[in-house]
Design a protein around this ligand. Structure first.
Ligand SMILES: NC(=O)c1ccc[n+]([C@@H]2O[C@H](COP(=O)([O-])OP(=O)(O)OC[C@H]3O[C@@H](n4cnc5c(N)ncnc54)[C@H](OP(=O)(O)O)[C@@H]3O)[C@@H](O)[C@H]2O)c1
Length: 335
């Protein structure tokens, strides 16, 4: 598949070829299906089951679907990220997202828009419990007391009395253990429902395990077809840590990719919708950002189609270690 990808690079002719290839895969599958029906009653039963599963996955997925975390808290599988949205636009974007059906908002102290997130939630008329609020503690606030103070500030700015998920934004060396301890206590006291981490690599998670019995519920990391972080994802999966995929749209940087565009054409969707559906089908919690209402709505329309397995494999073949944000965080563990 990777040979296919590199051979099929940027020309229009290639685009056409790939579309034909994609269609061929579908046709082959359909033919197989018909044969199965013809051959035996067992095959018919199997086929019926698999169609049923597909129907179920098509009809039962919804923007309000949740994933159960390792502490039994349910997190909506889809949310709005509000990184880099200014204060006024954040209120509008969050309100639009909530009206569209989003039930999770991902903010951070660092984004400086927590107040607007809280205002929008109240303005939406939804009950507090109906919206899953995620925020994060930043570098300068690491440490036991510092984290407690930072958390209280976030609560005040958001205007809420609890946060659903509180994350360590980055594993800055020095005071991670103290920060984690404070977060654990705040969870015990009911101010936080779940605690997790972000931008942690395997060595950070391993080190944290040595110092605490609390396993993070979530690791929020950059993941999309161009950066799949397979070993980290597998590590987290094995330990019941849910992946929250940030920059699922590659910050818009790969939306012109020919393979992606061809699949979008095939499914009559936009490249952004294909990326988001890939993320959901991988089992990640997906938090695309946009401040534009049309895009907020477009991004939410990913629950009424299903990317077939061969096409998921084509998307998987796009892995190229492409990181949209900063370099991979290889900071040493130092407490
Ligand atoms: N924990 C961390 O360290 C970390 C790091 C990065 C991000 N995050 C979280 O993850 C969220 C999402 O990641 P991200 O903001 O980096 O990137 P992203 O969601 O992959 O992409 C956002 C970019 O794509 C554009 N866009 C959105 N929908 C689009 C569409 N349908 N068609 C074309 N372009 C579209 C947006 O522009 P417009 O806004 O103009 O529509 C924006 O420029 C963040 O907001 C944040 O909550 C966390």
């Amino acid at each position: 598949m990777s040979r296919l990808k590199s051979a099929f690079s940027k020309s229009f002719a290639v685009d056409i070829l790939l579309r034909q290839f994609c269609r061929q895969i579908c046709t082959t599958e359909t033919t197989f299906t018909r044969n199965s029906f013809d051959s035996s009653s067992e095959a018919i039963k199997l086929e019926a089951n698999s169609s049923y599963r597909r129907m179920k996955s098509l009809h039962e997925t919804s923007i309000t679907d949740t994933i159960t975390l390792n502490d039994k808290v349910k997190i909506p599988c889809f949310g709005l990220g509000v990184y880099d949205i200014d204060v006024k636009l954040t209120r509008k974007a969050v309100l639009c997202a909530l009206e569209t059906g989003y039930r999770q908002i991902d903010t951070a102290a660092r984004y400086k828009n927590e107040r607007s997130v809280g205002e929008a939630i109240r303005e939406s008329g939804l009950k507090r419990q109906e919206v899953f609020v995620v925020t994060k503690v930043y570098h300068e606030d690491h440490g036991y007391n510092e984290t407690r103070i930072a958390f209280e500030k976030s609560l005040k700015l958001l205007g809420v009395d609890f946060v659903d998920l509180y994350l360590i934004h980055f594993p800055v060396p020095g005071k991670v253990v103290e920060t984690w301890k404070a977060m654990g206590e705040l969870k015990e006291k009911g101010f936080i429902r779940s605690i997790g981490v972000s931008n942690f690599n395997i060595h950070h998670l391993e080190a944290l395990k040595m110092h605490s019995e609390i396993t993070p519920s979530v690791n929020q990391i950059e993941v999309h077809p161009f950066l799949q972080e397979s070993s980290l994802v597998d590590y987290c999966k094995d330990r019941g840590i849910v992946i929250q995929a940030y920059s699922p749209l590659t910050r818009g940087q790969k939306l012109d990719n020919h393979v992606l565009r061809s699949l979008a054409y095939q499914y009559n969707r936009t490249p952004a919708q294909i990326l988001l559906r890939w993320s959901l089908q991988k089992g990640f919690v997906c938090i695309p950002k946009s401040f534009q209402s049309e895009r907020i709505k477009e991004n939410s329309k990913v629950f009424d189609f299903y990317i077939e397995e061969p096409h998921m494999e084509i998307l998987d073949s796009l892995e190229e270690g492409y990181r949209t944000g900063r370099d991979k965080i290889l900071w040493p563990w130092n407490g």
